[in-house]
Ligand binder design. Structure first.
Ligand code: HEM
Length: 405
């Protein structure tokens, strides 16, 4: 601990209390302790990074690796609380490896997850948003998270993948288990086949026999320079799309709508000028940083950063929320301004792992929020903002957002 570190008050990273408002602590860390020792979500020691410049450097530079297997023993990995589905993600998906392996996986998926495919979803996102709001409209109130932000991305992902409607509820439950919203049962511990994988096996078998016009069939068929996705890579890819694309988008919509309610002049402006939605979503991504602490890297070489020695194998956690409010990069960063210019936020990361789903997330956010504001123009919080409950964990999002309209 340095003298500067003594200036930082105690805080419990990842706790609901911390997630409710991490910004005053982040401001102090950015200023006095930009490389700060913390305990990471899995219980490991890590360095917390809060300045924009450092965050961007760590995400872009090849001195830092995303591949934990290079730095952790299998005993250490086994001590982490995770299920087989999360294990598959680290071992067989693009968020668990560096180039050139990463490039191979990302290119294969990129061939089927195309801008044209995303554009084609516009009509469905529109329809589903209207359907969800139509159900709650007569009640005069709703929980934005449960009634709107949560179901929308999962329906879209299920439809993209080609999961039959009749299986969607079950799929939804498994996805909750994978993202950690529901406790695991004993059978889904380490090295067991989860119910979800058993289900995916059947779905893949069906699609191999009868390919459809869906992402699952495309992922099976996709091939580049003789390379195809192995069975494990296919499972890991589906889990990745589900995990990476779900809670993140929920948080974009939840944190974004909360910001609008906290800055009524901006809400009014967006209602009067819906064409501002594109820059408004970018500002919601900057201001609300849905993935805050979900980005980790290991140092492949020793380095000095702001007088701190980072050793080979040290774990680094980047706060995207802190970087997004760095006054060195953003003018009046605490201000929520839906017309902010030159908004180079880091909410989707940077470098080779830059979010593959960013165009889809943007489209979902833009359509969902514009429809919400148009259909329910008198949105109001039903509880005082300081009583809102936040989820624990590396992603920053609300457990519920009770609204009246
Ligand atoms: C607002 C919503 C979203 C946010 C804020 C977000 C954020 C991020 C971030 C920060 C990363 C980088 C992780 C790292 O560097 O370690 C990432 C990667 C990724 N995201 Fe997203 N994401 C969102 C939505 C989506 C959606 C809808 C999908 C797809 C359905 C998706 C798929 C992915 C994938 C596949 C990666 C890994 C890319 C790679 O490793 O090359 N994301 N996302």
């Amino acid at each position: 601990m340095t003298e500067q570190h003594n200036l930082i008050p105690n805080f419990e990273l990842f706790s609901p209390h911390f997630n409710a408002n991490p910004y005053p602590i982040y401001a102090q860390l950015r200023e006095h302790a930009p490389v700060y020792p913390v305990t990471s979500f899995g219980g490991e020691r890590a360095w917390l990074i809060t300045r924009y410049e450092d965050a961007a450097y760590i995400l872009k530079d090849y001195t830092f690796s995303i591949d934990r297997s290079l730095f952790m023993s299998s005993e250490q990995i086994n001590q982490i609380t995770e299920n087989i589905d999360q294990q598959l993600l680290s071992d067989h998906s693009m968020v668990g490896c560096d180039p050139p392996e990463h490039t191979r996986l990302r290119n294969l998926v990129h061939k089927v997850f195309t801008p044209r495919m995303i554009e084609g979803l516009q009509g469905r996102i529109d329809e589903i948003s209207h359907q969800l709001l139509g159900t709650v409209e007569p009640q005069g109130q709703m929980d934005l998270i449960d009634d709107f932000a949560f179901p929308l991305p999962i329906i879209i992902i299920c439809e993209m993948l080609g999961v039959p409607d009749s299986d969607r509820l079950q799929f939804h439950e498994w996805s909750n288990v994978i993202v950690g919203a529901t406790p695991l049962d004993a059978a889904s511990g380490h090295n067991q086949k989860s119910d979800f994988i058993v289900y995916l096996e059947q779905l893949f078998t069906q699609r191999r026999l009868q390919p459809g016009d869906d992402l699952l069939s495309s992922l099976i068929a996709v091939e580049e320079e003789g390379s195809k996705l192995s069975q494990e890579e296919l499972y890991a890819m589906v889990i990745l799309l589900l995990v990476a694309g779900h809670e993140t988008t929920v948080n974009l919509i939840g944190n974004g709508v909360l910001a609008l309610l906290q800055f009524p002049d901006q809400l009014k402006k967006l209602q009067q000028h819906p064409h501002l939605i594109e820059s408004a979503i970018e500002e919601m991504l900057r201001y609300g940083a849905p993935v805050d602490l979900g980005v980790r890297r290991w140092a492949k070489e020793p380095l000095q950063l702001h007088n701190t020695t980072i050793h080979t194998g040290d774990l680094i956690t980047v706060s995207l929320a802190a970087a997004n409010r760095d006054p060195q990069y953003f003018d009046k960063p605490e201000q929520f301004d839906i017309e902010r210019k030159d908004n180079r936020h880091l909410a989707f990361g940077q470098g080779v792992h830059y979010c593959l789903g960013a165009p889809l997330a943007r489209l979902e956010g833009q359509i969902a929020i514009n429809i919400l504001l148009h259909r329910l123009p008198n949105l109001q919080l039903r509880v005082p903002p300081e009583t809102l409950q936040w989820n624990p964990g590396p992603l920053r999002g609300l457990r519920a957002l009770p609204l009246a309209f």
